[in-house]
Design a protein around this ligand. Sequence first.
Ligand code: AMP
Ligand code: MG
Length: 507
Amino acid sequence: MGTLESLTWFRRFLDETPGDSEVGGRARQVPQACWSRVEPTPAPNPELLLSSSEMATRLDLDTLDAIVLGGGKVTAGMDPYAQRYGGHQFGNWAGQLGDGRAITLGEVQLSNEVLELQLKGAGSTPYSRFADGKAVLRSSIREFLCSEAMHHLGVPTTRALSLVSTGEMVLRDMMYDGNQAHEPGAVVCRVAPSFIRFGSFQIHSAMGDIPTLKSLLEHTVNHHFPGHDVANDAGRVKWLSHVAEQTALMISHWMRVGFVHGVMNTDNMSIHGLTIDYGPYGWLEDYNPGWTPNTTDLRTRRYRYGQQPQIGAWNVARLLEAMVPLMDEPELLHDVLEGYTNAYSTFQNEMWASKLGLDEFRSDDETLVRDLNELLQRVETDMTLFFRLLSSIQEPSVRPLSDAFYDTSTIPTDEWNAWLSAWWERVNSEPDRDAMLSSNPKYVLRNWMAQLAIDAAESGDVSICEELYTLLKNPYDEQVEFEEKWFQKRPEWARHKIGCSMLSCSS
Ligand code: AMP
Ligand code: MG
């Protein structure tokens, strides 16, 4: 066990892909590069507010230095850089984006894996465009708690190591309505095998820079996808099919737990199929497939809960387009998209089988699922409570589920009892409860829960953050001591509150 300084640092991404000849500097276009070297901006008064002991152990760290994790010191072996990438934002090609408020410290070699450590909010880079490269406490708490919660829910995700408050106030227009205010700044250190995105490939392809595209592809596959070889079309299709499948798997987990990412732009799609870039995400409270947490998305609801699987396919298609210049026979790429659709369908069936405690998913179960989806939307019904209560139901009656409904006087009782009877018959009165209890979480990071933690932390009290962190490490356990507080529907005060029902990208 040691410190960040005693880790074995690597710089393979810098060594193996082309980069910017200039260090740091103003916001600008950086052609023919995968990265720019930058220096993090030191936090004036760094304080460690939250940390993941699990991640620290995985990295073999027994002390976490708030100065380093607040961007204040680059220790031996680190070689900080910002990654250059592009992306489609809300369906439109946006050109160069890149790490505008993230700086990678370096890659660390562990006994059986390599992990990249990245500071989010440690100051500007050539990719900061019009913004300052900093992050506020509110969005940092949301990233720290949610990425850790997702991991413990079994959803593929980047992780968080630390959250450091910077001691600096940052100016933000939280709802993009002209009301600027100073908010406390913070830096999250996040961790993943890499932060390479679909957009990392797109930018080079869009610019016609095929040599850079090729070297990024080779670097990515050589280091992160052992067993794959992209020397020919067949190998490229196989690897892309794998990426597409991992993406489908990730999204099926989002659907299972009621997570809405909110900004599924192609620059926010990890090549590893990890949930990445926690911004204006949200959790379904009432089961509304049309819900999006992101105010920027309210007009078209492109990133609504129910459309996430299709957007996953759209994003995979953009990645495939980016690969066309490397293919001898580009038409082979169609198989990858079909593979995504088939994989998603398989994962979705498995998801419903486990959520409903079925022995397996049969084709005639589709009616059961369709009727359930229809009924869940009939009146305001809490998704998490519903499936959790269903997991321990003893008779096919809606009564024991009544806590899941916002207004018990409106429950369509007869229809529910009919559906429950059909389900009960299907499972021979013996649903697979173990499967249900490990598929239907009892606790998720509802928006109002995160908001309570943020409000307290902004006035100097991180105890709610810590309590939620403890709670969310075991989301499938009963934890009866927390039930009254956190196994609850959205309280009325949160219905229209900013941060609970509405979120913006401002962070
Ligand atoms: P997002 O929608 O949060 O994934 O961000 C899209 C792009 O804007 C990325 O390139 C970010 O790095 C950049 N960006 C977002 N917020 C900031 C900020 N506060 N400072 C600089 N760049 C930012
Ligand atoms: Mg992003």
